[in-house]
Design a protein. Structure first.
Length: 210
């Protein structure tokens, strides 16, 4: 179930940008929110490593990786989003496809990022997405996930209001689940979880075993 505000936020960019700006204040603003993946994995990667931004949208979360010199591919199901990404970030290699079944070669990336996107998938599809990530990572490759986490006491009510206004039932479902344990059960190793923004956001890193 989706509120009427969600499609409006995607139709009118200023609404989307305003919501993003307000919701990112607790991590230091939009620029830092979009850099959380790079911030976590940069120490582990070689210069110019192949990176996949899964569910890249119009490319904002891929931009810090591009600026740091990585060879970045962005995959998204939306042709319109990829068109915008092409205009804003010409160096981003763009691929149209489903995150559940990406049209990409096995073991072809040193790192994969999902930035505030996994909560858009129902539980069954979320597992398919994560299995695809495992397939696409080279042995020893890294995954970084930035997404919702049940907020602490002070932000619990604002988070519930945000989800009610702008998210779907899939986001609520993910808030009920233990994403760290799910990754371990699927075969990822070295799973590490950091809680940010008053526990309302989680950043998880994990690797494909060698």
């Amino acid at each position: 179930m989706t509120s009427f505000l969600r499609p409006l936020a995607y139709r009118y960019r200023w609404i989307y940008d305003t919501v993003t700006a307000v919701s990112s204040l607790s991590v230091g603003g939009v620029k830092r929110l979009r850099s959380l993946g790079l911030e976590a994995l940069r120490p582990h990667l070689k210069p110019e490593a192949a990176v996949l931004d899964l569910c890249c949208g119009s490319g904002e979360a891929a931009a810090p990786w591009l600026a740091a010199g990585y060879a970045v591919t962005g995959l998204d199901v939306s042709p319109r989003a990829l068109e915008l990404a092409a205009q804003r970030y010409p160096d981003l290699k763009r691929v149209e496809g489903l995150a559940e079944d990406p049209p990409l070669a096995d073991a072809s990336f040193s790192a994969i990022q999902m930035s505030v996107a996994l909560h858009e998938f129902p539980r069954s599809d979320r597992e398919r997405v994560l299995r695809s990530v495992l397939r696409l990572l080279e042995p020893g490759g890294w995954l970084v996930l930035v997404d919702l986490h049940p907020a602490g006491l002070w932000l619990k009510l604002p988070q519930q209001l945000f989800c009610a206004l702008f998210e779907t039932d899939t986001a609520t479902a993910m808030l009920e689940d233990d994403l760290r344990s799910q990754l371990e059960q699927l075969g990822f190793s070295g799973v590490n979880q950091e809680l940010l923004a008053g526990r309302a956001l989680q950043r998880i890193t994990a690797t494909r075993p060698r």
